[in-house]
Write a protein that binds this ligand. Structure first.
Ligand SMILES: Nc1ncnc2c1ncn2[C@@H]1O[C@H](COP(=O)(O)OP(=O)(O)OP(=O)(O)O)[C@@H](O)[C@H]1O
Length: 268
């Protein structure tokens, strides 16, 4: 269990982060971003704009640069050139990974990383306290407001009935929802979600579609996913990456009928 990855990212410091400036209704700007690995361009002049409150799906063949793009947004990888802004005023390229998380960008990796020996409730509780030094005293100190937030998140992720269950005993889908719930405890402005339905049953996939759709509006959500039926079920706007750049962008119908997309991706 990589506790640091999940909780040690400066979370719990949100109250100190400056308020996000969304006056132009754009929450994320990636402009002319290039990233090279040993001379190979994983991202090549990438331009991407995400509106406040939107649910955007990113698709693209293997190696298109989707993970590298998420890594740039979260500060894990620094671009060779380009700019990355969170709202109008937060220059992501000047912030560390913990500072980016604290500023309000939450990332859910493909593999769930819940604490298996803790209950659903405790997982949410721990996620609220990014500072591990307060864990021991946390239970005694939970305010009514914090309990209310846990209750609210339990409802959003559909795990109210399983609140006392050990996270390790949950189904794969339930673990994914719990981890989304853990991110929600930090109330991120922007959620990055990597392949949320991989390995899920059709019923779990459907519930995940409902969950992510319900988050849009209050949060901005960027989903990277290979499952086209799932993308079709949730996406308003789809961005297709290919060779590190945006190949096409539009509704699912628009991109699926785009000859460039058919050639490089959907037609294979
Ligand atoms: N640390 C690294 N060192 C060298 N090459 C890398 C590194 N990270 C990514 N790459 C390469 O950059 C390219 C883009 O990779 P990336 O993982 O971003 O693609 P992706 O769209 O997420 O692919 P997938 O759908 O398979 O996850 C790939 O060719 C990959 O091999």
């Amino acid at each position: 269990m990589n506790v640091g990855r999940l909780l040690g990212q400066g979370q719990g410091q949100r109250s100190r982060a400056p308020k996000l400036d969304l006056s132009h209704n754009i929450i994320l700007y990636l402009e002319d971003i290039s990233v090279s690995f040993d001379g190979f361009k994983a991202l090549n002049n990438l331009n991407l704009y995400i509106e406040a409150g939107e649910l955007r799906c990113i698709i693209g063949p293997n190696g298109a640069g989707k993970t590298t793009m998420m890594d740039v947004i979260t500060g894990k990888t620094r671009p060779d050139v380009g700019s990355a802004w969170f709202g109008q005023t937060v220059d992501l390229l000047t912030l560390s990974e913990p500072e980016i998380a604290a500023a309000g960008i939450g990332r859910k990796f493909q593999k769930p990383t819940v604490f298996p020996n803790h209950s659903v409730f405790e997982n949410l509780e721990l996620a609220m306290a990014g500072d591990k030094s307060v864990w021991k005293t946390l239970i005694a100190k939970l305010s009514g407001e914090q309990l209310g937030r846990i209750d609210e998140v339990l409802k959003i992720i559909g795990l109210t009935e399983r609140v006392e269950a050990l996270a390790g005993g949950l189904s794969h889908g339930q673990k994914q929802w719990l981890e989304i719930g853990m991110l929600l405890m930090q109330d991120p402005e922007l959620l990055l979600v990597d392949e949320p339905v991989a390995g899920m049953t059709p019923q779990e996939t459907e519930k995940t579609a409902e969950l992510l759709t319900s988050l849009a509006g209050k949060h901005s959500v960027v989903v990277v996913e290979h499952d086209m039926a799932f993308v079709r079920s949730i996406a308003r706007t789809v961005t297709v990456l290919h060779q590190g750049s945006v190949l096409a962008e539009g509704s699912m119908d628009q991109v699926q009928n785009d000859p460039k997309v058919i050639e490089v991706y959907l037609g294979d």
